[in-house]
Structures are given as C-alpha cells and as structure tokens.
Design a protein around this ligand. Structure first.
Ligand SMILES: [Zn+2]
Length: 112
C-alpha cells in the first residue's frame, strides 16, 4: 500500500482507504484504480471464454469428434455383448479398433 496526500486537507492517507479519515474526502488511489481495471479484464476474459466455448460447440469438427466418440462407445458395447458368439465379437472388436485408430489419427489422443 502507498501513502497518498488527501487532495482536500493534504493529510497522509493510505491509498487503500475509501475516504480521508481527517476530512472524509473520497480517496481515489492508484491501487483501487488498477484493481477495478483488473476486474474489467477478468470479466472480459470470462465473457470471451464463454463465447469461445459456444462457438467451439458449434464447430463442425467438434460435432464430428462427438459422433466418432459415440460410435466407438456403441461399438464397445456391442463388442461386450455376451449373446454374441466369440467370432462375432472378435469381428466387432476389429471394427471398434478401426474407429479408435481413426479417432487417434484425427485428434491425436486416445478417446478411451
Ligand atoms: Zn482529507
């Protein structure tokens, strides 16, 4: 904190104080100003982040990724279906692995 001079009575006042303790004059210290500016920047960033998330949600690649992920999920369920024969499940697993490989190739990360 810094000590500033009151513009009314010239007393030494902390810039964190809302008003001069001597005359009650409002103190507008530099610290308070930057604090407010920071708040604005933070608010702006938060708004940008929300807008970015919305835009990203509507991006076609994001939809594509979601579809691929869903397909893989369904495929894995099918793969673990006990009613299917071993050879059938093996076949399904091969298909699932292909979907996963495609996903990894496209998005560079493992969806599972
Ligand atoms: Zn004062």
């Amino acid at each position: 904190m810094t000590i500033v001079k009151c513009s009314e009575c010239h007393a030494d006042v902390s810039d964190k104080a809302a008003a001069c303790p001597k005359c009650g004059n409002k103190i507008s210290g530099a610290g308070k100003h930057s604090g407010k500016a920071l708040l604005w920047v933070a608010g702006g960033l938060a708004a940008l982040f929300v807008i970015g998330a919305i835009v990203q949600g509507e991006r076609p690649e994001a939809k594509e990724e979601h579809k691929l992920r869903l397909a893989l999920e369904l495929c894995r369920k099918e793969q673990n279906d006990d009613l299917k024969s071993i050879s059938e499940r093996r076949l399904v697993r091969g298909a699932c692995d292909r979907i996963r490989d495609e996903y990894i190739q496209k998005y560079n990360r493992n969806p599972e």
